[in-house]
Design a protein around this ligand. Structure first.
Ligand SMILES: Nc1ncnc2c1ncn2[C@@H]1O[C@H](COP(=O)(O)OP(=O)(O)OP(=O)(O)O)[C@@H](O)[C@H]1O
Ligand SMILES: [Mg+2]
Length: 199
């Protein structure tokens, strides 16, 4: 039974596309629907030069019909930093919504707007922290977020800012394909392991 995960955030530049690509790589049998007209992941797929994962650039209103044709175990939908009615429909067509959050006051201020849109979709969701400074004690930030009672679980596995993500993106690869034993690879595998249990 195929499962679809939509990756969202009202805030731009928080790592939606980065996590989408890297999760699709570790999920192995995956399709990416790139619903952002910036087409970052369609370009990434071109650099990659193979169809694993298959990356399909579609406007949000074509996402549902495209999903119906997907044959992979996992589908990941990358979305733009706007959360309009079209993206809410994309979330409704998904099994799970992953909200990407960069930890900073302005980001925290905007997360409630993102979560209001997620709530409208009535889909299960979780929040993952990305782009943490590698020296940050991620557990402290996760505990702070839990205390804020945002209404959705926080992934116990945060992702730090690491050069591997940029290098992998430039090569059309995932961090796990650059170096299996890197910290970035470990973080992505841990996030994926946890996420699969939530979906
Ligand atoms: N964990 C990370 N470590 C290092 N760089 C990262 C990480 N996550 C994202 N980046 C970098 O941050 C920038 C923004 O990431 P990305 O494009 O994935 O964000 P986005 O949320 O998809 O942005 P947009 O809203 O514009 O689509 C990119 O240059 C990306 O390579
Ligand atoms: Mg993006």
């Amino acid at each position: 039974m195929s499962k679809t995960i939509a990756i969202v955030s009202r805030k731009g530049g928080v790592g939606k596309s980065t996590l989408c690509a890297n999760l699709a790589v570790v999920a192995r049998d995956a399709t990416i629907l790139d619903c952002d007209d910036q087409a970052s992941l369609a370009d990434w797929g071109d650099r990659r030069g193979n169809n694993s994962p298959l990356v399909i650039a579609v406007p949000p209103k074509r996402a549902i019909s495209t999903l119906e044709k997907a044959t992979t175990d996992w589908n990941f939908i990358d979305t733009p930093g706007t959360l309009d009615a079209g993206i809410i429909e994309v979330m409704q067509a998904s099994d799970f919504v992953l909200v990407v959050l960069r930890y900073g006051q302005f980001d925290l201020d905007s997360v409630s707007t993102t979560l209001s849109a997620v709530r409208l979709s009535q889909k299960p969701a979780a929040i993952v922290l990305n782009l943490l400074h590698p020296n940050t004690k991620s557990q402290d930030l996760i505990t702070n977020l839990e205390d804020a009672q945002l209404g959705y679980p926080i992934s116990p596995h945060a992702v730090c800012s690491r050069a591997d993500f940029q290098q992998a993106a430039a090569q059309g690869r995932g961090v796990t394909e650059l170096e299996q034993s890197s910290k970035a690879s470990y973080e992505i595998r841990a996030l994926w392991h946890w996420l699969q249990q939530q979906v």
